[in-house]
Design a protein around this ligand. Structure first.
Ligand code: BT5
Length: 266
């Protein structure tokens, strides 16, 4: 059936996580799953609560950008309560990117790569975007809303024409629909495993995985923030999850996540 809704019973049955997604809310349509998650978190929803929608009317990207969310995609948000300082939240982003890329690789044998800080690409086209939002309590995160959007079971024609050169979907690449329930279950399982390791302090494991999956390290990148653009060589991500770029004048610059977009120049 074309673009059928998720079978939540099947999803619950197949879910092999310990705590993630045990509390799961499914909507046919919502404005943004991150908004619903935030409202639930404010009401005291437990860590691991998940919100999934078949479609979003106001899906959000970073910096107020729009996220197109047609039917057939995987649009979900996870409520997390890590004991992190606000500036450490970028690590959750990297962790999620690793989990998504790994799951796509394992399940579909596709060469999914991560692009700092929050994109998953296949053949240089964006198949997934991640939006991590946190509410603070002092300098600590009270909770984190991790929003993951994956272009799964729709064709490129479902996206506006302006995005068709830079975006892709699993269905477009594979020529057939994927089993979204199975994919979501595997993704959540992978995420839970990495998140547990992260909580045990094994940040290096996450960062090393990220490095292996990265399509930007040792490549020239163009960085634009709200003020200016500059180019450099992406050298590494440091232990805090920040991108280190070597500028053309040899100076190493640390890039923070919030105000930067990256464009591969070769
Ligand atoms: C992102 O922002 O990539 C984060 C996207 C997060 C979406 C999820 S879905 C579940 C949860 N609920 C939400 O409301 N959001 C999260 P950013 O790096 O700013 O990229 C946004 C840009 O990607 C847009 O300006 C477009 O150029 C492009 N874009 C929009 N929709 C797209 C899509 N479906 N596929 C590929 N590219 C898209």
């Amino acid at each position: 059936m074309k673009n059928r809704s998720l079978n939540i019973e099947k999803l619950r049955k197949k879910l092999k996580t310990t705590w993630l997604g045990k509390n799961l809310h499914h909507f046919m349509e919502t404005d943004s799953t991150n908004n619903v998650a935030k409202a639930l978190a404010e009401q005291g929803a437990e860590e691991g609560t998940i919100i999934i929608a078949e479609t979003q009317t106001y899906g959000r990207g970073r910096l107020g950008r729009k996220w197109e969310s047609p039917k057939g995609g995987v649009w979900l948000s996870i409520i997390l309560k890590p004991k992190l300082k606000m500036r450490e939240i970028v690590k959750i982003n990297l962790l999620a990117a690793v989990a998504v890329a790994k799951t796509i690789r394992e399940e579909f044998k596709l060469n999914a790569e991560v692009k700092w800080p929050n994109d998953i690409l296949i053949d240089r086209r964006k198949v997934c975007g991640i939006l991590t939002e946190a509410v603070s309590e002092g300098d600590r995160a009270k909770y984190v809303i991790l929003g993951i959007g994956i272009n799964a079971n729709f064709e490129l024609a479902a996206l506006p024409e302006t995005l068709r050169a830079t975006a892709t979907s699993l269905k477009e690449i594979l020529g057939k629909e994927v089993d979204r329930e199975k994919f979501i279950c595997n993704l959540l399982k992978n995420f839970e495993v990495y998140y547990e390791k992260f909580k045990e302090g094994k940040t290096d494991l996450i960062l090393n995985n990220w490095r292996k999956l990265s399509c930007i390290l040792n490549r020239k990148v163009q960085i634009s923030d709200y003020k200016k653009k500059f180019e450099g060589l992406a050298i590494d991500i440091d232990k805090d999850g920040y991108l280190i770029v070597k500028l053309n004048n040899g100076i190493l610059k640390k890039i923070l996540s919030a105000d930067v977009t990256l464009r591969l120049t070769d």
